[in-house]
Design a protein around this ligand. Structure first.
Ligand code: MBD
Ligand code: FE
Length: 284
């Protein structure tokens, strides 16, 4: 059986849910949130729901359909997918709007920490004969004042079939996931393959919403990165390719013009890409 035949929304959803539980203690991070803030946030979100119900005269059948759908999202493990596709982009905007350097974009559900170390110049782990146009990316990490930074660039992306390792069956554990560590000059050279446009799982509850609403499930082809350096804010970003049919209508609303790459075809059939990162110092 191929990966495509075995991959299901429930399987990738369950993996994403498990990963979130493993790596994050979301409740610890907000355990000192003042009562007034919880009250204000919960009340305003519920008011927005109530207003929508009144405005559209939502019926009991529709209310019960929502209830059933939300239960299914949980059973499929698709809350990480739902939230990251339809909510995270606004959280990200708010979190990074003060930055002078790169603002970045959403993380999405498929990051895994601890990908294999590939040095300052290296090739991301991939299978022999991995499908896709080879791509060599030259870049540099600096601080907002131009100082080069000894930095870590963690890169993860889908393969040519749109599958992420550890979230679809049949892929090597760290396929297309790597950690690149620069010297004090901040310079890195990454060899990988160009990913394909990506369709979020359509056979689960998020897919049901998408088809019931007449939307599409596509994200443009993208590379995910986390760039970090001591004393600097962590940058989480995605990079995109010009001409992708979904750059203008990403289901996850995560494309920004400054995140567009400019691949240059080389005589050997590969693409050369240049893209640098600027990190903001942590405010003191
Ligand atoms: C992805 O690969 C992704 O990047 C996002 C944001 C949501 C679902 C799948
Ligand atoms: Fe992605």
């Amino acid at each position: 059986m191929t990966t495509a035949e075995q991959a299901t929304a429930a399987a990738s959803g369950a993996s994403a849910t498990e990963r979130f539980h493993t790596d994050k203690s979301p409740f610890d991070a907000v355990k000192n949130t003042p009562t007034e803030r919880v009250d204000a946030l919960a009340r305003e979100v519920l008011s927005a729901v109530h207003e929508t119900i009144r405005k559209h005269r939502v019926s009991y059948d529709e209310y019960n359909a929502l209830k059933a759908w939300m239960i299914n999202v949980g059973q499929d493990g698709e809350w990480p997918l739902f939230l990251d596709v339809w909510v995270e982009h606004v959280v990200e905007d708010v979190a990074t709007d003060h930055r002078e350097g790169n603002k970045g974009t959403i993380e999405g559900p498929y990051y895994v920490p601890g990908a294999p170390e590939c040095g300052a110049a290296g090739t991301i782990p991939m299978r022999d004969g991995e499908t896709g146009t080879p791509m060599v990316w030259h870049g540099k990490v600096t601080s907002t004042d131009g100082t080069p930074l000894a930095a870590k660039v963690e890169l993860w992306h889908a393969d040519a079939d749109g599958f992420y390792s550890q979230f679809a069956p049949g892929l090597p554990e760290w396929n297309l996931r790597g950690t690149f560590t620069t010297g004090p000059d901040g310079i890195f050279t990454i060899t990988t393959i160009r990913p394909a446009p990506y369709q979020i799982p359509t056979d689960g509850s998020c897919g049901k919403l998408i088809s019931a609403a007449g939307w599409h499930a596509w994200r443009p082809a993208h590379l995910h990165v986390k760039v970090s350096a001591p004393g600097h804010e962590l940058l989480t970003a995605q990079l995109y390719f010009p001409g992708d049919p979904h750059n203008g209508d990403d289901i996850a609303t995560a494309v920004k013009p400054e995140l567009m790459l400019d691949p240059k075809p080389q005589p050997d059939g590969s693409d050369a890409v240049a893209y640098d990162f600027v990190l903001d110092p942590v405010a003191r």
